[in-house]
Write a new protein. Structure first.
Length: 114
């Protein structure tokens, strides 16, 4: 009974980690990418429109916050996924198991070739 409850929980955690990783990539894709020239940020013309007050410090702070948020989501999701898939990622060749019936893989045993 406990094994049945553990598997859906593991699936939910794995899906959550994939979603976290994907969200980090999406935030990175849609974050403002400010270019730097002559040791200064270059604001794109789309951020500068007539009649609006421009606060470059706020724009730069927002861009930095988005980069940090993206990094935390992506790195956190990647590390969590590495923990979830650690058996698959870090097993040695002799420890491989068949995914269907958990028996030793045929290619993992010692082979004698003459």
């Amino acid at each position: 009974m406990f094994q049945k409850q553990g598997k859906p929980r593991r699936v939910r955690v794995t899906v959550l980690l994939w979603a976290m990783f994907g969200a980090g990539l999406l935030v990175q894709a849609f974050a403002p990418h400010l270019t730097i020239k002559n040791k200064a940020f270059v604001l794109p013309p789309s951020l500068i429109s007539e009649g609006k007050d421009i606060h470059p410090a706020d724009i730069v702070a927002h861009a930095r916050a988005m980069q940090l948020f993206s990094g935390v989501l992506t790195l956190g999701g990647a590390l969590g996924l590495a923990l979830c898939y650690r058996k698959v990622l870090f097993e040695t060749r002799s420890d491989l198991h068949d995914l269907v019936d958990r028996s030793r893989a045929a290619s993992s045993g010692p082979r004698i070739v003459e």
